[in-house]
Design a binder for this molecule. Structure first.
Ligand SMILES: [Mn+2]
Length: 323
């Protein structure tokens, strides 16, 4: 896009001009949401120590090594602050604020476009992660990147690419990472230890999932997980969604789904992954969205889940026929 060469300067100018900056990202944060938000916060503070910067949204204890989140001060005047939303395409999914109430705002996102929510939007669907976009932004300005900031961005990129396995790990991704490694003292082993450290109970629960997947003739696997099972294994409602990527590369499944009852929300958290069929349109038809091969939604009843599985089954059947 023609304006793209200029987008870095536009974002930089807005940051430079603002004394108070609020960073927001999506609900149910993953390492990319946290890494892009907390990484950009770190970068702003490293370069402009006098600015007030808040990275808001509910924390995720599992990823607390990425940094702590801030509370939004109550006396803030929306007109005098800059809001930067990362990793979130629509206003509904932004955690803590409604970006439409902020006249001075920026969106940095790699999801397919859903709606315009910010004054200035930089959307790059080909980017592996929002963290990668923040890194690209920094390297196209004179902002300095500290090791502390690089850790957060690297974790976001590694998590969203599933350790550089997904196809959007492009030459650009590796180019940016190469420069990151050259210019900082990043200890990648430490990042992997932080990201992938887990408790035994998670592995036991992983075993439960493997034992209980139901697989259709068209290679769609699904698993509905109720509250009793979560309690039995002492894991939370986010756990199955966090584990879903590890069910990739299973011969019998092309598309796989977890539907986990979140009692607090009173609905099922649905995560969908694919190794071929494009699933985000189906997810959108069922009230959700996401990427071509990684999507999600929330559904109220098992009946609605069955309908989703049926639709996924149809597109997977078609996909197999056209192979
Ligand atoms: Mn992301």
């Amino acid at each position: 896009m023609f304006f793209k060469t200029n987008i870095y300067k536009k974002i930089y100018d807005k940051i430079k001009k603002s004394n108070t900056i609020v960073l927001a990202r999506h609900v149910g944060p993953d390492p990319d949401a946290l890494g892009s938000s907390l990484g950009l916060k770190q970068i702003i503070l490293d370069n402009f120590p006098e600015k007030k910067v808040y990275s808001i949204g509910n924390p995720a204890s599992k990823f607390s090594f990425l940094g702590t989140v801030d509370k939004l001060p109550e006396d803030l005047d929306n007109k005098n602050i800059l809001l930067i939303v990362t990793d979130t395409p629509d206003h509904r999914r932004v955690d803590g604020v409604d970006p439409r109430n902020f006249p001075n705002s920026i969106k940095i996102d790699h999801h397919p476009f859903v709606e315009k929510t910010c004054e200035l939007e930089w959307i790059d669907e080909t980017a592996s992660s929002a963290s990668q976009m923040v890194l690209e932004f920094v390297f196209n300005t004179n902002l300095k990147l500290t090791t502390k900031a690089s850790e957060k961005l690297y974790a976001g990129i590694v998590a969203d690419t599933e350790r550089f396995m997904f196809s959007y790990s492009s030459s650009k991704t590796f180019g940016l990472i190469s420069r990151l490694l050259k210019e900082t003292d990043l200890d990648i082993t430490k990042v992997y230890n932080d990201l992938y450290l887990r408790e035994f109970k998670e592995i036991k629960f992983h075993g439960y999932m493997a034992q209980n997947y139901i697989i259709t003739d068209n290679k769609v696997g699904y698993l509905i997980i109720n509250d009793e099972t979560l309690k039995e294994y002492d894991v939370d409602a986010a756990t199955p969604g966090n584990m879903i990527n590890s069910f990739n590369h299973i011969k019998e499944m092309l598309v796989w789904v977890t539907a986990t009852l979140d009692k607090e929300l009173g609905s099922f958290r649905i995560s969908i992954r694919s190794r071929g069929p494009i699933i985000n349109e189906v997810a959108a038809n069922h009230g959700g969205g996401g990427h071509m091969y990684a999507s999600g939604t929330r559904l109220k009843t098992e009946e609605e889940i069955k309908k989703l599985i049926e639709d996924l089954d149809k597109i997977t059947e078609k996909y197999i026929k056209n192979l």
